[in-house]
Each structure stands twice: as C-alpha cells, then as structure tokens.
Design a protein around this ligand. Sequence first.
Ligand code: HEC
Length: 171
Amino acid sequence: MDISFRKAVLTLSAFTFISFNIGCSKDEEVAAPAQEFVAADADIANYSTWTKTAENLEGPDPAGLIGAAHEANNMDVRRTVFLNKPNNKSNGKWANGTILVKEMRHKDGRLLAAMGMVKRGASFNTTHNGWEWFIVKDGKIADRAAGLMDGMCNGCHSSSKDTYDYVFTKR
Ligand code: HEC
C-alpha cells in the first residue's frame, strides 16, 4: 500500500468517524415523537377530582359560539369543565394525554350528560390537532371518534384552534 493511498484511507475513515458522531448527536437532540395516547375508562374514572377550568356556566357562552350545543339554551342547566393536567402544553399545544370532561347538570344537581375531549395525538385526527371526542355514560367512555356528531365537535371547537388548541375554557 503506498503512502498516499494509506493517507487517503485514514482521512476517509476519520471523516466517516466524525460524521458518524455528528449524526449520532443530532439524533439525540431530536425529541422522540410523542406517543399516541388512547384513553381507557380508568383514565377518566376520577375526573370529578380534577382541576376545574369552568364551573356552573349558565346560558350562552360570552362569545356566542355555543348556540344550542351543550344545553346552553337551557337555563336550568349548569356546565362544569374538568381538566386532568393543567398547563400540560408545549408551544401552545396541549400534550398527548390531556383530557377535558364537561358535565351538564340540572340546577337541582342531577347529572344530565357528560362528554370529553382527549389529546390522542400521533396520526389520529391530525387535521384537528389530534383530538378525540367522546361521550361519558355512567363514568365510562361510551362513544368516541375523531368525527363525533358528524364532525360537529371538531367544527365548533376549531374556532379556538389558533388560540387555545381547541379548548375554550383554557388553563
Ligand atoms: C356549537 C359549538 C359547539 C359544539 C358543536 C360542541 N362544543 Fe364543546 N364547547 C363549546 C363551547 C363554547 C365550550 C365552552 C364551555 C361552555 O360554554 O360550556 C365547549 C366546551 C367543551 C368541553 C370542555 C373543554 C373546553 O373546550 O372548554 C368539552 C370536553 C367539549 N366541549 C366537548 C364537546 C364534544 C365531545 C362535542 C361533540 C359531541 C362538542 N363539544 C361540541 C362549543 C361547542
């Protein structure tokens, strides 16, 4: 092996070594993609102990967005919202695993209905920031989908898409 060839091989392997290391450290800097969070009944079991983002709302919301949704046109109904992880956000987006449950109660205290939204993330409902919508019955997730109520949950909540990532009663 002549000297210049050896030099070339050494330079090349040194180069490969350096670029390999740069490649590695770059990989370490890139955060692992956030895992999809698929909510189970156990994840909402104690929602009534969570932080409240709104309590006993009555009648139409101040922005007038709600219309007849969530029984807002029924003055006998009070709406309360529970959040499992306050401030669970990065870059203005709620992190996967964030859950909000909203209860509608008659003013006499009877539970009329409950529903929720969970940041499922990954490849789920990507056009609407990864939210999954669900109905709560007897404390359990009874019905769930990206396009629940023919997409009406996505549609109405998307008016707060750019401000609070689909959540109206933020925290
Ligand atoms: C016509 C508009 C509209 C539609 C449709 C709608 N929502 Fe909402 N939602 C609101 C508004 C406004 C609030 C804020 C709280 C309040 O005023 O009751 C809210 C609050 C919530 C909250 C509490 C978190 C938050 O954003 O503050 C949940 C959970 C929720 N809605 C779930 C649903 C689900 C599930 C559906 C579909 C089955 C749905 N919503 C359909 C307007 C809507």
